[in-house]
Ligand binder design. Structure first.
Ligand SMILES: NC(=O)C1=CN([C@@H]2O[C@H](COP(=O)(O)OP(=O)(O)OC[C@H]3O[C@@H](n4cnc5c(N)ncnc54)[C@H](O)[C@@H]3O)[C@@H](O)[C@H]2O)C=CC1
Ligand SMILES: O=C(O)[C@H]1O[C@H](OP(=O)(O)OP(=O)(O)OC[C@H]2O[C@@H](n3ccc(=O)[nH]c3=O)[C@H](O)[C@@H]2O)[C@H](O)[C@@H](O)[C@@H]1O
Length: 466
């Protein structure tokens, strides 16, 4: 079956970039991305490409080439479902905040709503693709809804998890390490559906990198990949604390172990803690799944990755307080960075949020500069925690659009995101504008220690005591 029309439900960090790349690589396919969020769709359609809802290097260019040619953004979900031969579900699957599994299980209500809408609208056979990250065996629930609510049309369900990382989404989509497609190949229709999706990716991904598995392996591989990646960060962060006590330097340790080809050099940067919308949510989901099968040791094993990450964030703020003579009350701390990593405007679960919250509880005054994150987003992140009244957050924390202003008169600077531009600042001028002694706490280990110490800074970085 040759696919000519695709609909993607969910115009978020995954749906938007993924469909833009499919549209670019498959000019013969009409791709419509739909969402219930009207503002988001309007932003995707905005004439000024600087106003797209998501910042990703290279994305605006692809949208410019494809939008209104074979890539469309719309709020007319029914129409897009009706027209499409293949429907991607790319809606959010956050951690549940209520009821059974609260704080751990994935909340599947958005996925279920999608499935019900697809079932209600579809009048012809459809291939339904799970793009969202889902607990293993979700496809059976989706199938049950589609088959029981639907108009007697045939639905084939595939799992096609997304492995892109934010900040490098376009590159990851154009040159993926692998594409994973799970489907039921035991039936002719199932086989056809898998092949239809393979054919789409084969327009630009080498066949050897398109992996097909059964649905459950595919669903579970996504959770497993994120768990392994996050575990690496927690492992090196655990080592960073030992380094600080022993005189070892975590950068040197990372390099030394990364040269072992069995370990590999990537994803070994010690940090103030991993953030992002998925690592924590997906591990919690994995822990919940393990618990529901009574696999308590397995659950405890993976939960430790989160416990270590929380510890890393807390010990970063604790270190700031203890170094500043055990009090930050009334002291100004400048935050460089708020996003959970560089080259994205996404702040979900960013370590900066927890570090700021801890310091605000110690009555610090914080001034934040981030090149891509808006003031509204920063306040919304803090208010979401409900630690103190919103007004108090606004009084204690201000957001600057100029990093030099944020650092002026500060007692200390905390580097929370590894934005490249931080390395090139005029650090001498920043030093001169600060209170003395002038402290820097480098939560990403990106600044030049020697240069900063020569200027006069007291420089602290994660994973080193030298
Ligand atoms: N953010 C990332 O880098 C990655 C995310 N994922 C997974 O992809 C999924 C989506 O993640 P994001 O794109 O980050 O989420 P997001 O929150 O940015 O986007 C989801 C969108 O779905 C829309 N939506 C929800 N229910 C809807 C419905 N019934 N009809 C129409 N639209 C609806 C929301 O309005 C929202 O705009 C999640 O399962 C996530 O775990 C996977 C790989 C990478
Ligand atoms: O499912 C998802 O959402 C995605 O989650 C991660 O991607 P992402 O969260 O966008 O970004 P990463 O580059 O993985 O970084 C996650 C966090 O770990 C931190 N990190 C990463 C690497 C490292 O060495 N050290 C470190 O602290 C980053 O700063 C960031 O806060 C995975 O890398 C993607 O493969 C996956 O598709």
């Amino acid at each position: 079956m040759k696919i000519k029309t695709i609909c993607c439900i969910g115009a978020g960090y995954v749906g938007g970039p993924t469909m833009a790349v499919i549209a670019k690589q498959c000019p013969h396919i009409k791709v419509t991305v739909v969402d219930i969020n009207e503002a988001r769709i309007a932003a995707w359609n905005s004439k000024n490409l600087d106003h797209l809802p998501i910042f990703e290097p290279g994305l605006a260019d692809i949208v410019k080439q494809t939008r209104d040619k074979n890539l469309f953004f719309s709020t007319d979900i029914d129409k897009a479902i009706d027209e499409a031969q293949m429907i991607f579900m790319s809606v959010n699957t956050p951690t549940k905040t209520y009821g059974k599994g609260k704080g751990m299980a994935a909340d599947l209500k958005y996925i279920e709503l999608c499935a019900r809408q697809i079932a209600r609208v579809s009048k012809q056979n459809k291939i339904v693709v799970e793009k969202s990250t889902l607990p293993v065996r979700t496809a059976s629930a989706i199938k049950s809804i589609l088959d029981n609510v639907g108009n007697d049309v045939n639905f084939q369900i595939l799992s096609n998890p997304e492995f892109l990382a934010e900040g490098t989404a376009v590159q990851d989509l154009l040159n993926p390490d692998r594409v994973l497609i799970g489907g039921d190949q035991s039936t002719e229709k199932g086989h056809e559906a898998v092949q239809a999706l393979v054919d789409i990716y084969a327009n630009w991904v080498p066949k050897a990198q398109i992996l097909t598995t059964n649905v459950w392996s595919s669903e579970l591989s996504k959770l497993t990949a994120n768990a392994f990646l996050a575990q690496r960060v927690s492992s090196i962060n655990a080592m960073s604390e030992i380094c600080e006590k022993t005189g070892a330097d975590v950068k040197e340790v990372s390099k030394a172990i990364g040269m072992d080809s069995r370990i590999g050099p990537k994803f070994l940067n010690a940090s103030v803690g991993f953030g992002g919308s998925c690592f924590q949510k997906d591990i919690l989901n994995l822990v919940y799944i393990a618990k529901t099968y009574g696999l308590n040791e397995v659950a405890d094993y993976w939960e430790q990755v989160i416990i270590m990450n929380d510890h890393q964030k807390n010990r970063f703020s604790d270190n700031i307080v203890s170094t500043l003579y055990n009090t930050v009350s009334g002291k100004k701390i400048a935050f460089l960075g708020w996003a959970f990593k560089k080259d994205t405007n996404d702040t979900r679960e960013s370590a900066a949020i927890k570090v700021a919250d801890n310091l605000l509880s110690e009555q610090a005054e914080i001034e934040v500069y981030d090149p891509k994150v808006s003031k509204e987003r920063i306040y919304a992140d803090l208010d979401y925690l409900k630690t103190r009244p919103s007004e108090e957050n606004k009084t204690l924390l201000t957001v600057k659009t100029d990093p030099y202003q944020a650092c002026k008169n500060a007692h200390a600077i905390a580097v929370l995101t590894e934005w490249d531009e931080f390395k090139d600042y005029n650090w001498e001028s920043i030093y001169n504008s600060m209170q003395k002694p002038a402290f820097i706490f480098d939560g990403r280990g990106i600044l030049d220690k020697q240069q900063l110490e020569k200027i006069g800074f007291a420089y602290y970085k994660i994973g080193s005591s030298n």
